[in-house]
Design a protein around this ligand. Structure first.
Ligand code: COA
Length: 348
């Protein structure tokens, strides 16, 4: 079972909203109605970007990966924050709300700029998930699309000491500023063995192209000793990640209302991966077909993960600051010891 601050992820995914979950992670308790209303209002007010960041987005080469854009923008936001080094609880929460509110705008604006489209400013009335899809596509999403992204963000919001959160906590444990911690997390998330897997999954779905080619694809990949992206997990071994089941349901629902091909290929791959190596899909596997059906470009997949996870990162950083001890593991040297130092001229 996976819980966020004592609440079953399945309840949160089905009954809550991303804003409510972000509040829960940051403040430790579910909000009362007026607290949630205030929190949503605060996020909404923080959505727009400073002109310097919009300038940066226009200057970066259009082939820059959107995760590189995101981490560069976070760093730049830090340079604009005169209170960058202040770490009171109030100020930390202020920064966290800024990250949560601005991530979607950075991602959507960059995408619009690189594809030569007009910027679509945030819409006050729309919730977090719907507003992102609106800013990205320039039209309000369907209720199904909005609910799907909202649930996806909830499912990605937190997962204890995964690599990116651990990176954030290590940075926080040195008392580095919060922007530095979020940059560390964003950089770590990008790797294909972590958040980068969903983009790799989509590459795989495209390569397989039809469900009947899935079995041969998986068999050959495993024979070559290669990883099948979107399978396996450091924590969930021989048990299915509870988030995967929820995302599978979501992918199935979107497929029934949109293009079923990607979900059908996913199912065929999952069947073969289990048949040949008892591999189980992880959270990134069904995310790919969900995002594809939400018309999200492949290279934004990791950014969507970051959009959800930033609430968890922020909560961890604040927790680390408030009860800090430097995280500093030791390494064990296994090479030869007591070697004689020879001057350069005497070395063969
Ligand atoms: N494809 C093929 N084989 C895999 C695999 C995958 N996706 N994931 C694990 N395995 C294999 C390992 O190679 C190993 O095989 P072996 O015993 O023949 O050497 C066995 O399963 C056990 O692997 P394990 O040690 O449990 O994996 P790990 O904890 O070191 O790695 C991941 C976990 C996530 C890094 C790994 O599963 C992986 O690279 N997955 C693909 C990338 C991905 O989807 N990442 C997102 C994670 S949420």
């Amino acid at each position: 079972m996976l819980e966020y601050r004592g609440y079953d992820i399945r309840d949160l995914a089905k009954k809550s909203s991303y804003e409510e979950v972000a509040y829960l992670l940051l403040y430790g308790e579910l909000p009362k109605k007026y607290e949630l209303d205030d929190f949503k209002m605060e996020l909404t007010e923080r959505r727009e970007l400073p002109p310097q960041i919009i300038g940066l987005l226009t200057q970066l080469p259009p082939y820059t990966h959107p995760m590189v854009v995101l981490r560069t923008s976070i760093s730049y936001l830090g340079s604009l924050d005169k209170k960058i080094d202040i770490k009171t609880r109030e100020e930390n929460l202020e920064k966290a709300k800024n990250f949560i509110a601005k991530f979607p705008t950075i991602i959507a604006y960059y995408h619009r700029i690189r594809t030569g489209q007009n910027l679509v400013p945030p819409k006050f009335e729309l919730n977090h998930a719907a507003n992102f899809l609106y800013m990205l596509h320039g039209e309000e999403p369907s209720k199904t699309a909005e609910q799907a992204l909202d649930m996806d963000l909830i499912l990605h919001a937190e997962h204890e000491l995964n690599a990116s959160t651990f990176a954030a906590r290590i940075a926080a444990s040195t008392l580095a500023d919060m922007y530095a911690c979020i940059v560390a997390a964003t950089g770590t998330l990008m790797g294909p063995l972590h958040g980068g897997a969903s983009q790799e999954v989509m590459n795989m779905l495209r390569e397989v192209a039809t469900p009947r080619r899935a079995d041969e694809y998986v068999r050959k990949k495993l024979e070559r000793g290669e990883k099948v992206m979107g399978f396996g997990h450091r924590v969930y071994k021989n048990v299915i990640d509870p988030r995967t089941e929820l995302l599978r349901e979501l992918a199935k629902k979107l497929a029934s209302e949109g293009d079923p091909n990607w979900f059908e290929i996913s199912e065929a791959i999952a069947k073969s991966a289990y048949k040949y190596k008892k591999l189980l899909p992880n959270v990134d596997f069904y995310s790919a077909s969900v995002y594809e059906n939400l018309r999200i470009p492949d290279d934004l997949f990791i950014n969507i993960f970051a959009m959800g996870r930033v609430a968890g990162w922020s909560a961890h950083i604040i927790e680390q600051y408030e009860n800090n001890k430097l995280i500093r593991p030791r390494a064990k040297y296994t090479g030869e010891i007591d070697k004689e130092y020879k001057p350069l001229s005497e070395r063969d």
